[in-house]
Structures are given as C-alpha cells and as structure tokens.
Design a protein around this ligand. Structure first.
Ligand SMILES: C[S@@+](CC[C@H](N)C(=O)[O-])C[C@H]1O[C@@H](n2cnc3c(N)ncnc32)[C@H](O)[C@@H]1O
Length: 395
C-alpha cells in the first residue's frame, strides 16, 4: 500500500515536473526557483500567479524605468505561469473517480489540456518577442530581471485583453461604441480641420484611439506609464512588417463562461490596422511628464479620469495643458479605486470642472453602454454606462 502511494506520488510529481522543467529551461529560470515551485506543488500549495514587485527587487533595477523589469520578467515567464494554471486544472480533473474520468473523456475533456498547451505556446511566441525587443530597446543586457514569483500572470492576461480591444477585428464592436463620439466631437470642434491641431491622449493604453485620431490628420501625442502597453505598442508600431502578423489565443486559460468548447481557443490576429507612426508616444506619468503649460488644442480621455488618486490633480492638469479655448473630450466610467481621495458622481465631476475653469457643454453629454477588453464569446459581460462630455478651457 505504502509502495503504491509512493509510486503514485512520484508519477504525480513527474506529471508536474516535466512541463515545468521544459518551460523553465526555455525561459532561463534558475534551478533553485524550479525546486521551489516543485516543492510548493508537492506540498499541495497553489502557487500564486499574481505578485507585486517588492521594494528590494525594484532597487536591483534602479537604472531601468519603474515597472519595466517586472513587466519584461512577466512576459518572459508567461508560459511558466500559464502552465501552472493548466496544471491546477489538471490536478482537479485527475482527482475524479475512474468512472467520472471515463465520462469526462467521452466529452473530449482531456483534449483541453493538450489544446491549451498549444495555445500557450502560440502566446509565448508573442510574449517572448515583446520581451526580446524590450530588452534591446532599453539595453537591459541578458541577465534575469526577476524571480518566478516576481512575475505577474494578470499583467500579461490584461495585455491580451487590451490588444484584443485595440488591434484585432474582434475588438471592432467595442471600439465602435466609444471611438465615433470622440472623433466626431473633435471634428465638430475643429470644423473637420485637424491639420496641425495638437491632441493629447493621456492613458493611451495600446494606442488605437491615438492612432485613429492621427489618421484624421491631427498631431497626436499619446502618453502612457504602464510598460505592458508601452512595450506591446512598440512591437506593433516598430517591429511589425505585415497586418495580422501576430497570433494570440488569449482565452486558453479561461475555461469558465463558455458556450462552446472551441471558444477557449479562438485565435486572434493582429494588428488589424496599421498603427499611425506619426503618433508620438511619451512614456511616464501624465501628471509630471509635460512641463509646458497651454501646449495642446485638445485633450482626449478615454477610460482614464477614474484612474486618478485624486481627480482634482487630473482635471487641473488637463486644464493646465490646454490652450485657452482648447477642448477636453471625455468618455469613460467612474470606477474610482479604493485609493481615490474623491469618488465623485458625474454631476460632481462636472461641477469640479466648472470650478477649475472649464465651460462644460451640457448639450454634448450622453451615456454610452460599453464593454471593456471582453472576450467576444464569453457568457459573462460587464457593461459600463460610460459618461461622455465636452468642455472648453475658459478664455
Ligand atoms: C483603463 S486604461 C484605458 C486605456 C485606453 N485609454 C483604453 O480606453 O483602452 C487606463 C490607462 O491609463 C494609464 N494611466 C493611469 N494613470 C496614468 C498616469 N498618471 N499617467 C499616464 N498613464 C496613466 C494606465 O496605465 C492605463 O493604461
């Protein structure tokens, strides 16, 4: 009996160890980290996949911009982190009785593990490319930029969602709900004469809105401080030679809320449109990266103002950066974080805008239902009732 238990424990460990070792060696992970992961698996602990880098780790990469090393590390470790998720699913599947397993196999369930691993491989080709190009751009050298437990699966997963929203044809529906009111607002304000008008898009994410505004002839500055978006946009804008060049299976680890078995393996190709190379992407915090006052004719905020620790800072800065008579166009939810000093209603945000020196065009206001970075075929969707308005800086 004891011997059978030992053999079965050994086989279980082997099941976990082989893919872990394979992926770890591909990702240059230290052997000590593999040992740590295996020991946590053998103890039955669920290894955490979402970690925030601590201060001492940050200091090791003081020469790199804040968050860059963590981001590159997360992209490099993606296959390992995704494999952990599949292993946990397999662990639960394998615990079924033989009769239950036989039934599950009749559904073809075991094939999901093979297919998911193929999808992870597809995604890893993309994440490795992002990381390699980032290492070249920021001259990181070849050294490891973090440990396995300093990598964040959620960061890569969100990147896939943002990519799908901005740069795939599957994201068209999402974009169609929120881009036209903004583009129309700009064209109305400038009488369709965008040439040479300077537009700032802070919190530009993956950059599609900024690119579409530039396509209309505006002189666009995009601004972003999150490196998962900055690095991925860099790959699309500067290291992509054909449309639909890159493939992703963003949902391979998401097995809940699916109507069809195949939805988990939907393949998206990107980019579906060329990023406009005239867009200037400024990396850094919008609050301190633009020293010059009255620089822009328009500031466009899409799903952005509720990211503020203090919305007075954001609105004051938008006001400071606009030329007198310049327009602020906003579309987004008011999903204030728990860190926000103020969690204002729409009416309060607009009163605040008035107090800070904006003339709010109340006739422009509307509510627009919008999804955000959703899997197109999921059975669970969150709808934001986004708030749209235009306001001009008082002369
Ligand atoms: C919810 S996302 C929206 C992204 C994009 N506008 C869209 O609609 O897809 C908000 C973005 O704002 C960025 N962000 C938040 N605070 C920022 C700041 N102070 N400076 C620059 N970017 C910021 C975040 O990194 C994130 O990419």
């Amino acid at each position: 009996m004891m011997r059978t238990l030992t053999v079965s424990r050994f086989l279980t460990l082997l099941l976990y160890a082989v893919p872990s070792l394979y992926l770890a060696l591909r990702s240059n992970i230290l052997l000590s980290e593999i040992a740590l992961t295996l020991s946590s698996i053998s103890e039955g602990a669920e290894p955490s996949t979402v970690r925030v880098p601590n201060e001492s780790r940050r200091k090791r990469h003081a020469s790199l911009p804040n968050g860059l090393a963590h981001c590159i590390n997360s992209f490099e470790q993606y296959p390992f982190l995704a494999e952990q998720i599949i292993q946990r699913k397999y662990g639960r599947f394998a615990k079924q009785t033989p009769a239950q397993k036989a039934l599950s196999n009749k559904l073809g369930y075991a094939e999901h593990f093979t297919k998911a691993r193929e999808g992870i491989e597809t995604n890893a080709q993309f994440t490795n490319k992002v990381a390699r190009i980032a290492r070249e751009k920021y001259h990181t050298g070849p050294q490891a930029l973090g440990a396995t437990d300093d990598a964040d699966f959620g960061l890569v997963d969100m990147t896939f969602g943002h990519l799908s929203r901005d740069w795939t044809s599957q994201g068209t529906r999402e974009r169609q709900a929120v881009f036209p009111p903004i583009l129309d607002g700009l064209n109305r304000h400038f009488n369709v004469n965008g040439n040479s008008k300077k537009v700032l898009v802070p919190g530009s994410g993956m950059g599609r809105l900024a690119s579409d505004i530039a396509d209309l002839g505006y002189d666009v500055t995009a601004n972003e401080m999150d490196y998962s978006s900055i690095l991925t946009y860099h790959l699309l804008a500067n290291h992509t030679t054909s449309l639909h060049q890159h493939s992703l299976q963003p949902f391979v680890t998401k097995w809940t809320h699916q109507a069809n078995p195949s939805s988990r393996y939907s393949t998206l190709t990107l980019p579906d449109h060329w990023p406009n190379k005239a867009v200037q992407l400024v990396e850094g915090d919008f609050l301190d990266i633009f020293p010059q006052d009255s620089k822009f004719d328009a500031v466009v905020t899409l799903f952005f103002i509720d990211m503020a620790n203090n919305t007075i800072d954001f609105l004051s800065n938008i006001h400071r950066l606009l030329k007198p008579g310049g327009v602020w166009i906003n579309l987004g939810p008011l999903k204030w974080g728990t860190h926000s000093a103020l969690q204002l209603s729409t009416e309060e945000v607009l009163q605040l805008a008035d107090l800070l020196g904006f003339d709010v065009d109340h006739t422009s206001r509307k509510s627009i239902d919008s999804l955000y970075a959703e899997q197109p075929e999921t059975l669970l969707k969150f709808t934001y009732v986004t708030q749209f308005w235009q306001a001009t800086k008082r002369m």
